[in-house]
Design a protein around this ligand. Structure first.
Ligand code: HEC
Length: 123
């Protein structure tokens, strides 16, 4: 009897611990949640936020986004870049698949993030 209640108490504690996991996950990714409904001007702002959050400015200059202190500037200036959405989509999904020798890393962006970044780059 004692063993059973101790087991149940342990199970309850475990469930309690597990129930906190998704909450912490949501709290850590507000930008991703916000990007789901991004359209139009919202998508441009979201794209700009992503451009900063994903570290693009460490390699790319863009006059509408601040340059990070760790700027190494190995990528092209994207201020007046006119994105071909089809190409940029393929590029951001997996730069090495387009140009195997590129040093631009695959930033594991999802499709919503890519849409927002294309809106920002084309704005
Ligand atoms: C570690 C440095 C680095 C980071 C971080 C980086 N890039 Fe790049 N990116 C490059 C380099 C270098 C190129 C030049 C293409 C090549 O290597 O041939 C490039 C090219 C590009 C191009 C132009 C492709 C073309 O040829 O038209 C776009 C658009 C681009 N990056 C967007 C982004 C975005 C958006 C981010 C952030 C999500 C990002 N980059 C993060 C290094 C980087």
């Amino acid at each position: 009897m004692l063993k059973l209640s101790a087991g149940l108490a342990l199970l309850a504690l475990l469930l309690l611990a597990v129930s906190f996991v998704p909450w912490r996950g949501t709290a850590n990714s507000p930008a991703v949640d916000a990007s789901v409904e991004a359209t139009g001007a919202g998508a441009v702002a979201e794209g700009r936020a992503l451009f900063l959050a994903k570290g693009c400015p460490s390699c790319h200059r863009h006059d509408d986004a601040g340059t990070e202190s760790g700027f190494i500037g190995i990528g092209p200036d994207l201020t007046n870049y006119e994105p071909d959405p089809e190409f940029v989509r393929r590029w951001l999904r997996d730069p090495q698949a387009v140009r195997p020798t590129t040093v631009m890393p695959n930033l594991e962006l999802d499709e919503t993030e890519i849409d927002a970044l294309i809106s920002f780059l084309g704005s």
